[in-house]
Design a protein. Structure first.
Length: 254
């Protein structure tokens, strides 16, 4: 019997910072192997929603499920720490800024988490790092240090680092927005490769063309709510909501 439960299931997600409601009861799910792109204006709650999936943001109410496990379950202190650490090992996250350790080589940046959390030996960790670097086209940089890399190369190392934990899902939070335009394509190419391998992904992006090419479904967020969702063709060529149409007109004419 096939497992039809969502890989990610967000139910009634609410989050406020004082009087400012950032998430106003979000419901959405991601099937196994599905790629979801989340678009919308700045301040719409996109990044907060993404960070809530792996509990970098704590929801005021609502539930987040990963492959049938409640991520934000209520547990006492240390028990919750152990639980969330285990959950996060199954979710790779790539941020706008690369967050590489400058004093570590590319190899050690990738290998440090598997070595510490999975107890693999040094030789195995290096072999794993090389495999992940081959995946992102940077095998020749295994002994380089971050200061010697371009922004695009740093972001590809960050993706390799996340993949090294063999996560069930990958979360991308504006992964190319800090890059110079000529470096964006090399990072997008890696994400397209992951999409072709049916990696479950949620991608917050401002790149409409990339979202249209890669995503199975697109969510348009504004003012803390999901205004509209659909296939790329539905959302980009036949949006139903005026708010969506206005955003796309402004964005595509910029």
């Amino acid at each position: 019997m096939n497992d039809v439960r969502p890989m990610i299931d967000v139910r009634g997600a609410r989050k406020a910072y004082g009087p400012l409601e950032v998430l106003k009861g979000i419901d959405f799910s991601v099937a196994r192997g599905q790629i979801i792109a989340v678009i919308g204006p700045s301040g719409s709650g996109k990044s907060t929603l993404l960070r809530s999936i792996n509990h970098l943001e704590t929801l005021d109410s609502g539930e987040v499920w990963l492959d049938g496990v409640l991520v934000n379950q209520r547990l006492p202190g240390r028990a919750f720490e152990r639980h969330i650490n285990q959950v996060r090992q199954q979710m790779g996250m790539v941020f706008q800024h690369f967050n590489l350790f400058p004093h570590l080589s590319v190899c050690d940046n990738i290998a440090i988490a598997p070595a510490k959390l999975k107890g693999i030996d040094k030789a195995s960790a290096r072999k794993l790092a090389l495999t992940m670097l081959e995946k992102v086209g940077l095998a020749d940089k295994i002994d380089a240090f971050p200061a010697r890399l371009s922004g695009g190369q740093k972001q590809r190392v960050a993706i390799a680092r996340a993949l090294a934990m063999q996560p069930k899902v990958m979360l991308f939070d504006e992964a190319t927005s800090a890059l110079d335009p000529e470096l964006v394509d090399e990072v997008n190419l890696v994400m397209k490769q992951l999409a072709s391998e049916h990696m479950t992904m949620v991608i917050v992006t401002h790149e409409m063309r990339f979202a249209a090419e890669v995503a199975d479904r697109v969510l348009f967020m504004a003012d803390g709510t999901v205004i509209e969702e659909g296939t790329p063709d539905e959302l980009f060529t036949q949006p139903k909501q005026e708010r969506t149409r206005t955003f796309l007109r402004k964005f595509l004419s910029a």
